[in-house]
Design a binder for this molecule. Structure first.
Ligand SMILES: Cc1cc2nc3c(=O)[nH]c(=O)nc-3n(C[C@H](O)[C@H](O)[C@H](O)COP(=O)(O)OP(=O)(O)OC[C@H]3O[C@@H](n4cnc5c(N)ncnc54)[C@H](O)[C@@H]3O)c2cc1C
Length: 268
């Protein structure tokens, strides 16, 4: 008797495991359930209020957005961006550059583009604390993959999605931050240990030399102006063919998703 009870118990557990396996593995009901990833990927659509606008560098302001009722905001991962519907009706995307653990506010940073199509001018010149905006997101189109090592290369405002990534990577990551001049580069106080490379001090950056800093198999994230991203896509296969290249474009080209992660080999 003393030996039969546990044996029957094990038999029942085995049967239960078989039933679960048949339901969840063989018949895969999970694939019929609503896919939470869809919501996670495309994010939410809500009204947020501008809590503060602060100057961070020449022509760069940060905008802090909060829930009007003070509720915690949806979680996000490094690399995520928001889409803002501005009062004029323009819709513009901005990477989240704060701390993902802070659910009380979203922080974005916006560079004034005097020759753009008015979105950044509207934010710099017309947006005020207390204004309400419809905000879509956070959207995760520039995923922060798990890797043993990272090299982050930020050009100008490309620092915004890379800042939370570099902070999450800690000692596994190195950041090279390129800009026109120190005065134009926001968040210099938040990147201790980064290689700071203003053009007016060091001249035009050499992408091959920068990407050669990555160790083999590292995840290389590049965010910045299109010519810089194109230079990285050409250079990485030559200098570090085992690395993967992860890009986020501020201007989606026709037929190309706004962000892409590609192994460096296809660029050979
Ligand atoms: C996923 C994503 C994240 C973005 N994150 C940021 C951010 O964190 N901070 C920010 O200031 N802007 C960011 N942008 C750009 C932003 O959405 C607007 O394009 C920018 O504010 C200019 O708006 P505009 O109406 O003046 O001109 P637009 O018509 O939107 O842009 C004019 C031209 O400038 C290019 N451009 C826009 N911004 C930049 C830039 N910073 N560097 C180089 N070229 C650029 C555009 O691709 C376009 O060709 C992001 C764009 C995308 C798609």
């Amino acid at each position: 008797m003393g030996t039969q009870v546990p044996a029957r118990g094990f038999q029942m557990i085995g049967t239960a495991v078989d039933v679960c396996r048949s339901i969840f593995v063989a018949h895969r009901p999970a694939s019929l359930l609503p896919h939470s990833k869809v919501l996670w990927h495309s994010g939410f659509n809500r009204r947020l209020v501008v809590a503060a606008i602060r100057r961070k560098a020449v022509d760069v302001v940060t905008v802090i957005l909060v829930d009007p009722d003070g509720d915690p905001l949806p979680a996000w991962l490094p690399g995520a961006h928001l889409e803002l519907s501005l009062p004029s009706g323009r819709r513009r995307q901005y990477s989240l550059c704060g701390d993902p653990r802070d659910r009380s506010a979203y922080r974005i940073a916006v560079r004034l583009m005097p020759h753009g199509n008015g979105g950044s001018i509207e934010i710099h010149e017309s947006l005020r604390s207390g204004d309400a905006l419809r905000v879509h997101g956070p959207r995760h189109t520039f995923p922060f993959i798990d890797a043993e090592e990272y090299l982050f290369v930020a050009g100008g405002m490309g620092i915004t999605p890379l800042l939370p990534m570099a902070q999450a990577a800690g000692r596994r990551g190195n950041l090279v931050y390129i800009g026109r001049s120190r005065e134009s580069m926001p968040f210099l106080d938040r990147v201790p240990g980064a290689v700071i490379r203003p053009d007016d001090e060091f001249g035009t950056p050499d992408m091959e030399e920068i990407l050669a800093r990555a160790n083999p198999h590292a995840a290389v994230y590049v965010c910045g102006p299109t010519p810089m991203q194109e230079a990285a896509a050409r250079a990485l296969p030559r200098v570090n063919p085992t690395c993967t290249l992860h890009l986020e474009r501020y201007s989606p080209t026709r037929g190309t998703p706004p962000s892409e992660a590609v192994p460096s080999r296809p660029f050979h």
